[in-house]
Design a protein around this ligand. Structure first.
Ligand code: NAD
Ligand code: DAU
Length: 345
């Protein structure tokens, strides 16, 4: 079995590559990644010499490169993680999100039609459902919840989902889609909430909380997400969407306080700053379908997962310090330099 993993040099994709090599030692795993700012070859250094692994630097929008790879590798399964993934960047510059997240998905599926595959799996997000109000804790996203997006990022992901469903209906492409909640764990790029707060706290820098920090996310340890995708590509029903989430809703401010406590840093580092434009209030996944059909349940409790994650960032400072020492400095200055501090009562 040959599995092409796009975006495998990023956060979730790399964890998925490790998961597949560990759990399917007879599979060939081919990682295709453009190595954008978010892709790091150093993340994959431990598997580079594994005879069951191959890395190919390519853009999923590059039809010639993608078709050449399919011709050569004749993959059975495609798992598409490759994406522009950061909401704040999409607000600054939507265009590349449309290219990679929509056009790239179409190019991959065209290659699947041309060369034939057993399964195309699209890694989507709970953000395609929009958000839920804070005062209705009884509401959750199900697979039937209408798509209702807020940011250029989530709109591009929803567009891709619609295309995937169209390729299934129109061309009979054997597809599945997973829509997962917020992941956390090793190799999470330091522009995202949890690693950013860990890195800043360790440097005694301000911890920039958007708005009042009351927005709620449903956090899932990355390995639990990887297990869910593994189950879906093998046992999931073709044409179906599966929500993935662990009923672990947390307010941003509470996450930041947990990180301060775990690192022995004062909460006075917390700085409330101008809110994200169009900021979604609450995400909450109903994972009943994947539980009932595929027996999936999250295994890592948040208290354990966040401690493991913090330990990983403490033990792997070379990995993220290398990242934040380069172009990231310009990004940080652009995103946070002009942001006003807000007094929250
Ligand atoms: P990430 O930004 O850490 O990694 C994205 C990877 O894709 C990088 O390695 C990058 O180099 C690569 N890439 C970008 N454009 C490419 C292109 N044109 N061609 C080839 N490779 C390209 O992202 P992530 O957080 O690991 O997310 C992976 C996927 O999971 C995305 O599709 C995202 O929408 C989805 N997702 C993420 C989360 C989350 O909490 N992080 C939750 C649900 C779904
Ligand atoms: O829900 C799944 C989505 O989760 C994925 O589809 C996205 O790819 C992924 O980036 C993530 O999106 P979020 O916008 O929820 O993640 P982020 O880490 O950027 O922000 C989490 C929350 O923390 C959000 O409410 C914004 C807030 N935040 C974020 C940053 C970076 C802050 O308060 N301060 C910050 O500096």
């Amino acid at each position: 079995m040959t599995v092409v993993v796009t975006g495998g040099a990023g956060f979730i994709g790399s964890n998925f590559v490790f998961h597949m090599l560990d759990n399917h030692p007879d599979y060939r795993i081919v990682c295709v990644d453009k190595l954008t700012y978010a892709g790091n070859l150093s993340t994959l250094k431990d598997v580079m010499d594994n005879p069951n692994f191959r890395f190919v630097k390519a853009d999923i929008c590059d039809r010639d490169a993608v078709y050449a790879l399919f011709r050569e590798e004749k993959p059975d399964i495609i798992v598409n993680f490759a994406a522009e993934s950061h909401v704040d960047r999409s607000i600054e510059n939507p265009e590349v999100f449309l290219d990679t997240n929509i056009k790239g998905t179409a190019v991959l599926m065209d290659a699947c039609r041309e060369f034939g595959i057993k399964r195309y799996h699209q890694v989507s997000t709970d953000e395609v459902y929009g958000d839920l109000p804070l005062d209705r804790p009884d509401l959750f996203f199900t697979e039937e919840t209408p798509l209702h997006t807020s940011s250029p990022y989530s709109s591009s992901k929803a567009s891709a989902d619609l295309l995937v469903q169209a390729y299934h209906r129109t061309y009979g492409l054997p597809v599945t889609i997973s829509r997962c909640s917020n992941n956390y764990g090793p190799y999470h790029f330091p522009e995202k909430l949890i690693p950013l707060m860990i890195a800043n706290a360790l440097a005694d820098k301000p911890l920039p909380v958007y708005g009042e920090g009351l927005n709620v996310r449903d956090w899932l340890y990355v390995e639990d997400h990887c297990r869910a995708i593994d189950l879906i590509i093998h046992n999931g029903r073709v044409g179906e969407v599966y929500n993935v989430g662990g009923h672990n809703e947390m307010r941003n401010i509470d996450i930041v306080k947990i990180i301060c406590k775990a690192l022995g840093k004062p909460e006075s580092l917390i700085t409330y700053v101008t809110d994200r434009k169009g900021h979604d209030m609450r995400y909450a996944i109903d994972p009943t379908k994947i539980h009932n059909e595929l027996g999936w349940l999250p295994e890592t409790k948040f208290a354990d997962g966040i401690q493991k994650t913090i330990n990983w960032y403490l033990e792997n400072q070379d990995w993220w310090k290398e990242i934040i020492s380069g172009e990231y400095q310009n990004y940080y200055e652009k995103m946070y330099g002009g942001r006003e501090t807000v007094n929250v009562g």
